[in-house]
Design a protein around this ligand. Structure first.
Ligand code: ATR
Length: 282
């Protein structure tokens, strides 16, 4: 049994987070005692909450909505991926400083390629949203070899900011929502907006979806239902929610803290059966 390290997930709200359960299961699998709590911190209270956590021995953290961009700003150093994303979901204490990483994109690509069996290379891809979630996955999608990444967002200024941060003008195409009508079908559509949490679908033309389209929502559970139902209704070949990405990004974070990557299938299967039974029980 190894040493216990003190970990937490910061978010607002965060009570619903599955991360404590996922990391406890990983620890059990690899023989590590895991002390992982959920800490609710509003954006204005985040810096102080993280300082207090470090002062009481905190050595690693996940950061979730809406704090990922704030975590990037306050990390003392960060990985190249986190830098391109402008968002951090994993913090590692190094001496007196925090190092920022972003494992969301790696987690998404791993879920899509290994669990869902998709080849992302050459896929014409549409990313909807330009907040922390979209920023987290965009660099990894590009690195996975998608054939151009079109980015749209309700607020156009954020689309441009994301495209600039990605620094790949030959492959990243910022567009206005109104331009989508003329763009035809996409092979891969990734919904990285938070609209589903309000039970709505971003206003999108159905012409984006065709028989080859794989539709992905980065949310899981009920928040993923509106967009994935919309995509299915318009003929999408396959729909994928964000549960697999959640488990895979957690495994990547765990590996940064413990130096060992856990197996994810058993944890994924367990969570999927629980969320499925929650939905059918309604
Ligand atoms: P997150 O970290 O989940 O990305 P965020 O940074 O608040 O959270 O970003 C939320 C994203 O969802 C944004 O892209 C937002 O669009 P705006 O930038 O225009 O706010 C998008 N979003 C939220 N509700 C939406 C809706 N009803 N329709 C379309 N986009 C929506």
């Amino acid at each position: 049994m190894s040493h216990v390290i003190r970990l937490a997930v910061f978010g607002h709200p965060v009570a619903h987070s599955l991360s404590p359960r996922i990391h406890a299961a990983f620890g059990q699998q690899l023989g590590h005692l895991v002390d992982y709590t959920a800490i609710d911190a509003a954006p204005e209270a985040f810096t102080a909450a993280l300082q207090a956590f470090a002062a009481t021995g905190g050595t690693g953290a996940n950061v979730t909505l809406p704090l990922k961009e704030a975590a990037f700003a306050l990390a003392n150093t960060c990985s190249e991926r986190a830098h391109r994303a402008g968002a951090v979901n994993t913090l590692v204490r190094q001496g007196d400083t925090w190092h920022g990483e972003n494992t969301d994109g790696t987690g998404l690509v791993r879920d899509l390629t290994e669990r869902q069996g998709l080849d992302l290379r050459g896929r014409r891809t549409l990313l909807i949203g330009a907040g922390g979630a979209a920023r987290g996955v965009a660099p990894a999608l590009l690195d996975a070899g998608v054939d151009g990444l079109t980015v749209v967002n309700r607020t156009a200024a954020r689309t441009d900011a994301l495209a600039d941060a990605l620094g790949d003008p030959a492959r990243v195409h910022p567009r206005y929502l109104e331009q989508l009508d003329e763009m035809g079908e996409f092979d891969l559509i990734v919904n990285a907006t938070s609209a589903g949490r309000a039970g709505v679908v971003p206003d999108l033309p159905r012409s984006l979806v065709g028989m080859r389209t794989v539709a992905v929502d980065l949310s899981y559970g009920e928040a993923a239902v509106p967009f994935l139902a919309w995509a299915r209704a318009h003929g999408a070949r396959q729909t994928v929610d964000g549960l697999g990405m959640l488990v895979e990004q957690a495994a990547e974070s765990f590996a940064l803290w413990y130096g060992e990557r856990p197996e994810t299938d058993a944890v994924y299967d367990d969570l999927q059966s629980r969320t499925a039974s929650l939905v059918t029980a309604d």
